[in-house]
Design a protein around this ligand. Sequence first.
Ligand SMILES: *[C@@H]1O[C@H](CO)[C@@H](O)[C@H](O)[C@H]1NC(C)=O
Ligand SMILES: *[C@@H]1O[C@H](CO)[C@@H](O)[C@H](O)[C@H]1NC(C)=O
Ligand SMILES: *[C@@H]1O[C@H](CO)[C@@H](O)[C@H](O)[C@H]1NC(C)=O
Ligand SMILES: *[C@@H]1O[C@H](CO)[C@@H](O)[C@H](O)[C@H]1NC(C)=O
Ligand SMILES: *[C@@H]1O[C@H](CO)[C@@H](O)[C@H](O)[C@H]1NC(C)=O
Length: 301
Amino acid sequence: MEKRVHLFLPLLVCTANVLAGLAPFTEAAESKSSFDDNFSKSCPETNFKTSADGQIWYLSLDKQAGCGFMTKQRYRFGWFSMKLKLVGGDSAGVVTAYYMCTENAAGPERDELDFEFLGNRTGQPYIIQTNVYKNGTGNREMRHSLWFNPTEDYHEYAFLWNNEQILFVVDQVPIRVYKNTNYTNGFFPNQKPMYLFSSIWNADDWATRGGLEKTDWIKAPFVSSYTDFVADGCQWEDPYPACVSTTTEHWWDQYNAWHLSEDQTMDYAWVQRNLVVYDYCKDTKRFATLPEECWLNESIS
Ligand SMILES: *[C@@H]1O[C@H](CO)[C@@H](O)[C@H](O)[C@H]1NC(C)=O
Ligand SMILES: *[C@@H]1O[C@H](CO)[C@@H](O)[C@H](O)[C@H]1NC(C)=O
Ligand SMILES: *[C@@H]1O[C@H](CO)[C@@H](O)[C@H](O)[C@H]1NC(C)=O
Ligand SMILES: *[C@@H]1O[C@H](CO)[C@@H](O)[C@H](O)[C@H]1NC(C)=O
Ligand SMILES: *[C@@H]1O[C@H](CO)[C@@H](O)[C@H](O)[C@H]1NC(C)=O
């Protein structure tokens, strides 16, 4: 059965492959049962807080632990957005993530779509890294700078996912377009349903200026804020098959969601000209032969 889902609920779920070793904490006393129905988290109490009305979630990182959460449900195709306000001030080494993944682990056959926000020294710009995994293989990084300061206010980050394309969207602007240019391919995640995840962790071995800038723990705790999660997609229900046939009733799987609109095309061209910091498809030092999705794409334009 397919379900159309709108969620404007407080999210509480914690996980993240990065939290390996951190046991799940139960939330039996949590008053918002709807919240617990739909999300789970495994943060220490000290690292997860909500606003008084329960609508904003604060995830923090300190020297002892990070924090993360995940949906209990999986989805296959749809629109999945979240508003985030990132750690301000000196956030070098700290990575905040909003991502989709087929499993709660870094398994060898997972599919995954990532937004990763790489912190920086005070006054230095955040970089947003995106990546796509298919059956355990990633190495499809792009990096963009942003046209706003993501630590000052909430901005919306979204995945639009159908069998034609995956868009990474920031405040309604597509910053990355990942096309399914070959239906028998090995690069486009489209078969397995995914959970939504968010997390914050220490990545000072690689994140900021390639790991040169270390996390300054005197500045801890580092806090990222989340609100307005929306999952407008096909909720996966066992037993298979669910979310298999595409129907025309879902806006996220109709013609207009398979291609960029004229406005999106212009915005995307502007992003390509001005904000791309790194594109693996241009990295001929790293790849003697560029991955097939890079060149298959060119013949299609
Ligand atoms: C939330 O949880 C309820 C109860 O388990 C379930 O019926 C509903 O489908 C879930 N909603 C989402 C969006 O996962
Ligand atoms: C997925 O990866 C696993 C392990 O890396 C491999 O054995 C398997 O053949 C792959 N499956 C597909 C469909 O490519
Ligand atoms: C396809 O082409 C666009 C435009 O050059 C590029 O941004 C994108 O990364 C390419 N790859 C895929 C899989 O769509
Ligand atoms: C599509 O992918 C399949 C499997 O990788 C490959 O055999 C085929 O040649 C590809 N098609 C094109 C047009 O490159
Ligand atoms: C951090 O700031 C430096 C200096 O402006 C910049 O080179 C770098 O790309 C920024 N972001 C990261 C993640 O290193």
